[in-house]
Structure formats: C-alpha cells, structure tokens
Design a protein around this ligand. Structure first.
Ligand code: MLT
Length: 262
C-alpha cells in the first residue's frame, strides 16, 4: 500500500514521531499530543480501513498493518530516525513492526495501554462473537460496552467531549473493518518472548485505572524489557493520552529529552 492510500496527519518540525492509534479509532485520538508536541514532526496515521484510510476491507492482519507503516515511513521519511508511539492495538502492531526493516531507524519506542501477551481462548471466542454481531447489527452493539471500559470513572463523571468524539469515530468505522480487526487481534501471536530483545529506549505508559491492559501487567512487561521505564498516569483509564494529555505529554517530553537526546 502507498502512503496515498494510508492517510497520515503530518504536523510539526523535528524528529518524526509515528502515532499509531487503538481499536476502533483513528489518528484524532492523538490530537492533544500532535497539537502540543510541535517540536516533533508528528505522523499520525489512520491504519488500513480506519478513519480517512477507509478502504474496503474483508481481511486484515496486524502484520499487514506493520508492512503499511514500514512503507509509509519509507515514502515519507526515508533514511531518518523516528519514534514509534502506539496505543493498545497500536502496541500489538509494534511487536510486528519491530521485525520490519524500518526498525533499524527506530530511536525510541513508546507504548501506551497495551500488552505483549496473546488473547486467551475465551477472549478469542468473544472477539469472534463480537465480529459476527457487528456485521449483523452494526458497530453500536460493541461501542457502548467498550466506551464503559475505555475511560476512567473520572473521565466518565466529567462526561467529557472526548467520550462523545471517540463514540463518533467508532460509529463511523465500517462494520467490515471492525470485524476484520477483531479477527486480526484474535489471531495475533504472543510477543512476550520478544520483550527481552527490545533494547531501544522504551517508555511504557498506562492509565492507573486501565481495566483492559492493567498497570500491573504493564509493570511485568517493563521488568522483562532491558531498557524500559513505566509511567502510571493517575485518573486515567485505557485512553490515558486522551484522558490526561498534560501528564502524558510531560512524560513523553521528559523521556525523549533524557533517552533519545531530543
Ligand atoms: C484497543 O484499544 O486498541 C483495544 O482495546 C485493543 C483490544 O481490544 O485488545
């Protein structure tokens, strides 16, 4: 796929940061990062099928998404080093991306609210049931239960505009893309063994109230990684960068200043 098909919001100057969104979202989930961290060049991508990269999709794999990101970087910033930031599904894709040629140019890795482990059989089954329901009944059937889990009680009490905007992005996503991504996540391999080999400076970020990928699970990941540090963000759930952008941006700036010399 060429970058003409993969939509990429390109803003700012400096060392490039590739922002890879979660499921079933698009690049706008990073708006409080790319609008603030303008000393970096943000490449905030819409993955295959999502947001403005809305292509007809009936099959997806996380490996194919990693290939798309590799191609995008080759087209947009050939030969330049960059930072990869992924949230949740964007983190699952990172494990595949680390096996692509562009990994040679990776200066630092930032993974938010994600995990290395594969799905249990039970979660795989639940994803397949959800995929079928989304195809039969539309995306709304998974969206309300998912929104409950994505945001912390603090964000939900504020009944924030951010929840409304997230709902709109989800509702605008093609049912076939949601179903294909659920299937792709269910099939992803376990990346736990890879953690010990990731020596690039890494920042792990997790909302303290994340119910999907918990801070304790991310602490275990950090322990296995030779060059990683975990930042736990208070009053945030699974969408920590959107829920607490000031704290997350501060952690990203500090990490990149100290470890990637930016
Ligand atoms: C995400 O935020 O990308 C999803 O929660 C990932 C998942 O369903 O495992």
């Amino acid at each position: 796929m060429s970058d003409q098909l993969l939509h990429c919001h390109d803003q700012g100057m400096g060392i490039p940061i590739l922002w890879v969104h979660g499921f079933p979202l698009d690049h706008t989930m990073w708006q409080y990062q790319y609008e603030t961290l303008t000393e970096f060049r943000s490449l905030a991508v819409d993955l295959r099928g999502f947001g403005r990269s809305g292509l007809a999709i009936d099959q997806l794999s996380l490996g194919q998404m990693a290939d798309d990101l590799n191609d995008l970087l080759e087209a947009k910033i050939p030969g330049q080093s960059f930072i990869y930031v992924g949230l949740s599904m964007g983190g699952y894709i990172a494990w595949q991306f680390l096996q692509r040629p562009a990994r040679q140019r990776l200066a630092a890795l930032i993974l938010c609210d994600t995990r290395a482990a594969a799905d249990s059989k039970e979660i795989q089954r639940a994803r397949r049931v959800s995929a079928r329901r989304v195809l039969d009944e539309g995306p709304a059937v998974i969206i309300e239960p998912m929104l409950e889990k994505l945001f912390s009680p603090t964000t939900r009490q504020r009944s924030d505009d951010r929840i409304r905007a997230t709902r709109e992005v989800m509702l605008a996503t093609e049912p076939a893309v949601i179903a294909a991504a659920l299937q792709a996540m269910a099939e992803r391999p376990d990346a736990t063994e890879l953690l010990g080999q990731i020596d690039v400076p890494t920042l792990l970020i997790c909302g303290q109230q994340d119910e999907i990928t918990t801070a304790s699970e991310m602490a275990s990941m950090a322990e296995r990684m030779p060059n990683a540090h975990l930042e736990v963000i208070p009053d945030a759930g699974h969408m920590a960068p959107l829920e607490q952008p000031e704290l997350v941006n501060k952690a990203i700036r500090k990490f990149l200043r100290e470890s990637a010399g930016s």
